[in-house]
Every structure is written in C-alpha cells, then in structure tokens.
Design a protein around this ligand. Structure first.
Ligand SMILES: [Ca+2]
Length: 302
C-alpha cells in the first residue's frame, strides 16, 4: 500500500532553517531546452547555494556531453563578473543501456564521487538532477556508499503514482532504475507540478525582469520568447527551476513508499521498499522574487 505522509510546511525556510551555502552539484543537459539555463543561472546567483560544479550529460539529436558543457559555459559567461564560476565537467555521452562506457565518459562520475567525500549522513551534498541520471548511476555503481553522502533532487516523471516520463528518465531508464533501487535520499519534482507552478508567459517573464537589463536575464527572456514563438504557445514550463525551489525550501512534499521502475517508465508499487519525497506544491511567487532580487543585487555584467 502506498504510504502518504504530509510533510510539515517548508515555506519560509529560506529565512529560517536553511543553512547558508547549501552545497550543490548540478547534473544538466543544458541546451536541450530553455529551462536548464534558468536553473543554472538561479543556482549560480543564489547566496544560499555553493554551486560546487556542473556535470553535463548526453541529450537527444546526438548532443554529447561536450556540447551540453559548452552550452553551460555559455550560460555562465553571461553572469556578472562578481559571480564565482563553478567548474563544468562533461559527463557521459551515452546512457547505460548495457553498453561498455568509455573511460572519458566517467569524468562526471569521478567528479561526483570526489565532491561527495567530505559529506556524510548528517551533512549531505545535494545532487540536483535536471537531465538524464547516467553520471549519478555510474557513481552509484562505482561506489554504492556515495548514497550515504548525497541527497538527490530531480526533475523527472509525469506524475504520481503512475510515473511515466518523456525525457529525463526516458533517456536512461536503466540509470533511474538503479537510482530508485539505491538508498540515496530522493526528492522528485514531476512534470505536473512544474506545469502548475512554473509556467511563464512572455508578459510574466518581462514583468519579472522589468527593472533588470543585464545580459543573463535578457538571454533567459530571449530564449523563452523564441520558444513561445516557435511553438505558437502562450506559456512554457520552466521545469528545471523546481530543483532550485526545493534547494531554497520553497516546496511542499509528500513522502511515498519508493516504487520500482518498469521498462516503460511506469511505476511498479509491488515489492517496493524505502521512501522518496514527491513535490506537491511550489511557492513560485517567492521563487521568482528570489531570482529577480539576485539580479537586483548583482547588477549588470560588464
Ligand atoms: Ca534539463
């Protein structure tokens, strides 16, 4: 049976219980869509976050990890000069899928394992997963004890309790199967909650940054407008910002029994064990205010 435990309200943790400088490694398929750029920008600017590094992953259309790394570097280049640039590490260009992983594809897993070393069960490294889970799964395969040193916050799946997924999980189902079977604490922000809370129109995005005329926010707006125009739609979900919202304490979650994953990406609740947290609500007003204020503090890039 599914166990549901409504967690206590987590809103307002930014100003109360969230320790300063939460350590984060970001795993991203930056450039596949427009939302990774928003999350990367926001995490890099947030004073509550120590962005220790960015591991880039494979993406469709033969976009290897070096291509997504270049996209991440481009985002960082738009940030004000005062912002510390975290290292960008190209991870695996191939999903697990039973193939032999080339040595160069292990750089992301190597980085994750090295970064996790100082951490433990009482003070965990946050792994923010906004792309395929390949590099994280490689790290878990290489050293299963990394599960005792990290917490994973992931944008993934369609909705609870069905599961399903058109992108992050689909691109490496085996990696997600390993992640769900691991002992790693896991929080999921699904497509449904992101569409409910994180969809932006052109008007709302321009309103958000109306007092900021810097390179980074201009680029975020430009990318959103281009996507809205290309697809002839009024709003677009900034899915990956759900991980920023969780890191900043701006989400509510339910705790569920941890399911297994079928090959069609749906959940199998039979024989499940352990738990995971599932995000049910995002305080998007505070999230967008937080991002706007970061630009207001930082000013323009020279
Ligand atoms: Ca992404």
């Amino acid at each position: 049976m599914m166990e549901v435990l409504i967690m206590l309200a987590l809103f307002d943790l930014v100003s109360s219980d969230v320790p300063a400088r939460r350590p984060v490694v970001l795993l991203t398929d930056c450039g596949s869509s427009i939302d990774d750029q928003w999350a990367l920008t926001h995490l890099a600017l947030a004073p509550e976050v120590e962005l220790k590094g960015i591991v880039t992953t494979h993406a469709p259309q033969n976009a290897g990890s070096e291509i997504t790394a270049e996209s991440a570097r481009q985002v960082l280049s738009q940030l004000p000069q005062t912002v510390t640039r975290p290292p960008v590490i190209p991870g695996s260009s191939h999903p697990l899928g039973g193939t032999i992983v080339p040595a160069n594809d292990e750089m992301g897993a190597d980085f994750l394992l090295k970064q996790s070393k100082p951490f433990g069960t009482n003070h965990r490294l946050i792994v923010a997963l906004i792309g395929p889970a390949t590099d994280l799964a490689l790290a878990l395969q290489r050293d299963p004890t990394v599960a005792d040193r990290i917490t994973v916050i992931a944008m993934a799946f369609d909705k609870w309790p069905e599961g399903g997924d058109p992108w992050n999980v689909k691109l490496d189902v085996e990696a997600w199967r390993l992640l769900l079977q691991s002992a790693t604490p896991l929080v999921v922000g699904d497509d449904a909650v992101c569409r409910r809370h994180l969809s932006l129109s052109s008007k709302s995005a321009h309103e958000l940054f109306k007092t900021n005329k810097d390179k980074a926010s201009n680029q975020l707006i430009h990318d959103l407008d281009h996507r809205l125009s290309t697809e002839s739609i009024d709003t677009f979900p900034i899915w990956d910002e759900v991980v920023t919202a969780w890191v900043l304490g701006l989400t509510l979650v339910e705790t569920h029994t941890r399911p297994r994953l079928r090959t069609d990406r749906t959940f199998d609740q039979e024989g499940s064990e352990g738990h995971l947290d599932w995000i049910t609500k995002i305080d998007e007003a505070k999230l967008w205010d937080h991002l706007r204020n970061r630009f207001a503090v930082r000013g323009d890039a020279p």
